[in-house]
Design a protein around this ligand. Structure first.
Ligand SMILES: C[S@@+](CC[C@H](N)C(=O)[O-])C[C@H]1O[C@@H](n2cnc3c(N)ncnc32)[C@H](O)[C@@H]1O
Length: 211
């Protein structure tokens, strides 16, 4: 990680009031695709990590049973809480949690994250994906800055001094190692994509379904 969790939190606290006005078209498209692929059932519990001002959490709340937003920036989550109140959404809550320590131990059906995991080093991303797998979701939808081709530091999606995007290959390997199968890859830009990971059925489950 090029900055500590606290440094990232301070940075986003400062950006929070203007954050929603500064997103790129690709960021918006990524959010749309994350929401579309997450597609929760009415009783589902969704955990959205790096929830920020709640773009994903608030969009999913009307279709889900409960949505838990986790972030390190109270300033960003205050914006999310205010939007939830304005929209009259009562099944969404926001609180402190990191990718590697989401601070949630209930049942989880779907995990989402949009434009946030690229703040972690590749090793930390691998650990985070393993932690998320341990939460037990059937689906994990990750939208983020990621490299389909060679990194281009001049593209507007990341700052090399603070961000650390991974290659799609590394993310795909991390998902597989954590027990997920990639079921969709959406390439929005050479450096922005959405990956949909579903829990890979275990041998026991496959055997049982054969009986
Ligand atoms: C670019 S914003 C994206 C917010 C939102 N998901 C969206 O699509 O608009 C990234 C968010 O990730 C959060 N973040 C950064 N590092 C994090 C970490 N290690 N764990 C949890 N959240 C983190 C930041 O505080 C920030 O709110």
């Amino acid at each position: 990680m090029k900055k500590t969790v606290d440094e990232h939190a301070d940075r986003f606290d400062d950006h929070a009031p203007d954050y929603d006005d500064e997103k790129t078209e690709e960021h918006h498209r990524s959010a749309e695709l994350v929401v579309e692929h997450a597609s929760p059932e009415p009783d589902d519990v969704v955990v959205d990590i790096g929830t920020g001002t709640g773009a994903i959490a608030l969009a999913l709340a009307p279709d889900a049973g409960r949505v838990i937003g986790r972030d390190i920036s109270e300033g960003m989550m205050d914006e999310a809480r205010s939007k939830a109140a304005d929209a009259g959404l009562e099944n969404v809550e926001f609180g402190y949690g990191t990718f590697r320590e989401p601070e949630y131990d209930g049942d989880v059906d779907v995990v989402t994250s949009n434009f946030a995991m690229h703040h972690l080093s590749d090793e930390a991303k691998r650990e985070a994906i393993a932690v998320i797998a341990d939460l037990g979701p059937r689906t994990f939808v990750l939208g983020d800055v990621m490299f389909f081709d060679e990194p281009d530091p001049d593209a507007p999606f990341y700052s090399p001094d603070v961000d650390d995007p991974a290659t799609v290959g590394l993310l795909a390997d991390a998902f597989t190692d954590a027990g997920f199968s990639l079921t969709a890859v959406e390439r929005i830009h050479d450096q922005v994509g959405v990956l949909v990971a579903e829990r890979t059925p275990t041998a026991d489950v496959e055997d049982a379904s054969d009986e």
